[in-house]
Design a protein around this ligand. Structure first.
Ligand code: NAD
Length: 478
């Protein structure tokens, strides 16, 4: 007899316990060989004094099982409570967030009857690395980090996903016309990885027009991969325009575990009334079954769910007079899906996972990149309330030895040389010094000491490097 696959389950808060019960009813009815290990996370744990909403002992269960089916939780209002999702994501290294956004026309109202898009969002980097500073009374900074291995991992995941699921095209969304280094890196890695998949079409859109196209004509897209922030926003847009956030489940995939959940929250106002739609968590459980290799059960549940939707058995959120046949509660919907196991939809396209390969990701190995790296100068950020004229005069009246003062910028706009008097300046300035010979770290320290002696208030510095002769820093605007 096959051994049961251990999985962790958490019932969550609000509508969580009801939709989890409904999902478990269907999983059990499918006879999926799962060994369920229950853990408590969320509101009660937060209020018991754990600022992350999860107890230390729970990690061990999640680590052992490697697959986690999580109902939505309520994050208590007020300060001090950390996002449990972010904690789980970063602790387990869940780098890929996968959200299939499919429309179920004509059974669920949608403006996009042909929509079938999978959004693959990078989950760990970008503006979500959480590195923020208040640099001066007037300026806060958030650091956008994009790494070559981080980009390669997620882009490779998107192409592998496409290959496994017979998808035809992978599209990349970035804003590299503006963020030439960070988004430029993501785009360059995309182009490199795409060449390894000649049978999958690849294309690229600047995220603003790409987002507009996605909202207008989603049928143009198949698998779309993007950095964290764009993915966060556009995966919600994708889910909503497909029909409802109540119908979309997501997978968070990592090298050491995976978490599956509904994309919606705990909807506390609907809790305890047997009205919530359990579809998103049910579809998340289908993603889990595929991940652990139980593809026949995944297929049976997915098709039974499609048949239920097609039969017009709908919860209140998708119920539409004239389209729906029967308005049901959470439990009754689960009974209907369990009753349809073994059946397939006749109008909606039935899924077939029988031939699909098991979702096991190869653990990504980082290879250090060998490039010639040369220190060429430094950007010094300075706090000052001087006017542009005064700042420029004071800064340029000094000499800096082997360093040449190359430019001064304010909020990224060049104000020296060739600045415009109209440029609105705030209390944070960036001064770029380039070394005229062979630059060392000691040279930088000497420069900083001379600036401090000159009473400049240094906020931070960024060393400037060339990589294989190419500048590793952006030029100022203007
Ligand atoms: P929400 O998604 O919980 O609910 C918004 C509205 O959408 C609800 O009022 C309801 O009308 C509808 N809705 C959502 N899911 C539904 C379902 N399955 N069936 C029927 N209707 C449904 O968003 P919110 O109100 O902004 O957040 C409520 C709580 O959920 C907050 O504490 C928030 O922090 C938390 N949250 C948790 C997660 C998570 O655990 N992954 C995600 C998002 C929000």
């Amino acid at each position: 007899m096959n051994q049961k696959v251990p999985i962790t389950i958490a019932h969550g808060d609000g509508i969580g316990p009801e939709i989890m019960e409904a999902t478990l009813k269907v999983l059990r009815a499918s006879s999926a060989a799962l060994d369920y290990r229950e853990v408590e996370i969320g509101e009660k744990v937060y209020l018991a004094g754990h600022p992350t909403g999860i107890e230390d002992s729970t990690w061990e269960t999640i680590r052992q099982t490697k697959a986690f089916l999580k109902a939505p939780i309520t994050t208590p209002q007020g300060g001090g409570f950390k996002s449990l999702n972010v904690t789980i994501r970063t602790t387990l290294g869940l780098y890929a967030n996968v959200r299939p956004c499919v429309s179920y026309h004509p059974f669920v109202a949608t403006k996009h009857p042909e929509m079938d898009v999978v959004i693959v969002r990078e989950n760990e980097e970008d503006l979500y690395s959480g590195i923020e500073y208040r640099q001066s009374p007037e300026v806060c900074e958030s650091i956008k980090l994009i790494s070559e291995p981080g980009s390669e991992k997620i882009i490779r995941y998107a192409f592998e996903y496409a290959k496994r699921n017979n998808r035809k095209k992978v599209t990349c969304f970035v804003k590299d016309n503006i963020m030439k280094l960070t988004d430029g890196l993501f785009h360059a890695v995309f182009n490199r990885v795409a060449k390894e998949y000649p049978n999958i079409e690849s294309d690229h859109w600047i995220v603003d027009i790409g987002a507009a196209k996605l909202a207008d004509t989603p049928e143009l897209f198949d698998v779309v991969v993007m950095p964290n922030l764009y993915g966060d926003i556009l995966s919600d847009v994708g889910a909503q325009i497909a029909g409802s956030v109540g119908l979309v489940g997501s997978a968070n995939i990592g090298d050491h575990g995976a978490m599956f959940e509904a994309i919606h929250g705990s909807a506390p106002r609907r809790a305890g009334q047997n009205v919530a739609n359990p579809s998103a968590l049910m579809l998340a459980s289908v993603l889990l079954l595929l991940h652990v290799g139980l593809k026949h059960e995944a297929e049976a549940i997915h098709n039974a769910w499609l048949k239920t939707i097609e039969d017009g058995v709908h919860t209140y959120d998708i119920f539409k007079e004239g389209v729906s046949k029967q308005k049901v509660g959470t439990k009754e919907f689960a009974d209907a899906v369990a009753g349809n196991l073994g059946q397939k939809p006749s109008e909606l396209k039935a899924v077939s996972y029988g031939e699909s390969k098991i979702e096991k990701e190869p653990v990504f190995k980082r290879t250090p990149i060998k490039v010639k790296r040369k220190l060429v100068g430094i950007d010094v950020y300075i706090y000052s309330n001087l006017t542009l004229e005064e700042f420029e005069k004071n800064m340029t009246s000094e000499s800096y030895g082997e360093f040449k003062l190359e430019m001064i910028s304010n909020r990224g706009a060049r104000v020296y040389p060739g600045g415009m008097p109209e440029t609105f300046c705030i209390d944070q300035w960036r001064v770029r010094f380039m070394h005229e010979g062979l630059c060392t770290q000691e040279d930088l320290l000497d420069l900083l000491k001379s600036l401090i002696k000159g009473r400049w208030d240094i906020i931070k510095t960024e060393h400037l490097y060339e990589f294989n002769g190419e500048p590793g820093y952006s030029s100022p605007k203007g």
